[in-house]
Design a protein around this ligand. Sequence first.
Ligand SMILES: Nc1ncnc2c1ncn2[C@@H]1O[C@H](COP(=O)(O)OP(=O)(O)OP(=O)(O)O)[C@@H](O)[C@H]1O
Length: 220
Amino acid sequence: MLKITLHGLAAERGGTLLVPPQDLALSAGQGLIITGDNGAGKSTFLRVIAGLLPSAAGHITIDGAMASDGEPATRCSEICHYVGHRNGMKPHMSVRANLSFWQKFLQSDDARAIDAALLALNLFDFADLPFGYLSAGQQRRVALCRLLVAPRKLWLLDEPTNALDAASQELFFALIGAHLTAGGIVMAATHQPLQIADARKLVLTRAQPDVDAFDEGLWL
Ligand SMILES: Nc1ncnc2c1ncn2[C@@H]1O[C@H](COP(=O)(O)OP(=O)(O)OP(=O)(O)O)[C@@H](O)[C@H]1O
């Protein structure tokens, strides 16, 4: 069974420790919601888990998941979708072409999965429009379609519901539920309430500024 374990995983930015060492294990079907003030390090921590930034300390182990080369996965990047703050789409390309790009990038080629993703997020009528023509909420839904165009066990989501209306949020929560029921894992950083059944919680606290440095005028 899939299990992802953070062993003393810590994150820093610019030499400042933002997230002290975290020990945490998530098994298939479990979700983690990361909250905390602006600047607390939620995005940074997700990016460390995704392998987009080096950790300040600690490491991650993965049990029960194969990478696309058929070998046991050792890094989250081999089994994850990472949907960050930004949507990661080209504005002049159509919605379908953008999703096709991501599907190839994720080493998948099931054309039906793109139609299914567009239907699931109520975007089928927008498939041939340039991404840049869509509203902010529609654009966010296209970004979330990435989760469905290629199967990945681990979803790493940064503010996934930004700009989504209530109906779209419900659609998205249902997709998360289905992913967990199918044995996936979700880790999400957010300021919004997320409906993830029995989710674990990680609350990050913002590092305090170095008051001595201010007193010494080092900020000038
Ligand atoms: N490249 C960088 N170099 C130095 N510091 C950075 C860099 N990128 C981000 N930071 C700082 O790291 C801290 C944490 O940023 P991060 O984006 O992880 O916070 P967050 O908890 O996701 O915040 P928010 O709720 O505003 O999205 C912030 O103080 C930010 O200014």
